[in-house]
Design a binder for this molecule. Structure first.
Ligand SMILES: [Zn+2]
Length: 121
């Protein structure tokens, strides 16, 4: 419980330091927070780069449409770009926002990771 309060204080201190503090103060706050959260993580760490991340980047798949026709007597092939695109259901590839490594291929795993479920890692 005490540690939690200390952590909260340092998190506030980090915000303050980022706003108006020096880089040494930011570093000190970050270092202390890292030490305090060693046992219990507030945010999960990327298994690829080790950064603490509280969100993931999700890919979506877009399909561009073209009109295909044969032109003239020569029957030249022609592709004409169409307006609009189809965005298919995204959310099946989850990437680290820090290092862009693909971490998960299912929402279930991504959710479990953000919840800090150790099993996923
Ligand atoms: Zn990463």
């Amino acid at each position: 419980m005490e540690e939690k309060e200390e952590l909260e204080w340092w998190l506030k201190e980090l915000e303050r330091a980022k706003d108006i503090g020096t880089s040494e103060e930011i570093e000190e706050a970050e270092k202390t927070i890292r030490e305090l959260t060693k046992g219990e993580k507030i945010v999960p760490n990327c298994p690829a780069c080790g950064e603490g991340i509280d969100s993931l980047k999700v890919s979506s798949h877009k399909i561009d449409f073209y009109t295909f026709r044969l032109i003239g007597k020569a029957q030249e092939k022609d592709y004409e770009e169409q307006q609009g695109e189809l965005v298919t259901k995204g959310g099946d590839e989850f990437y680290c926002p820090e290092c862009n490594e693909r971490l998960f291929t299912s929402e279930k795993d991504a959710e479990a990771f953000l919840k800090g479920d150790e099993q996923v890692r």
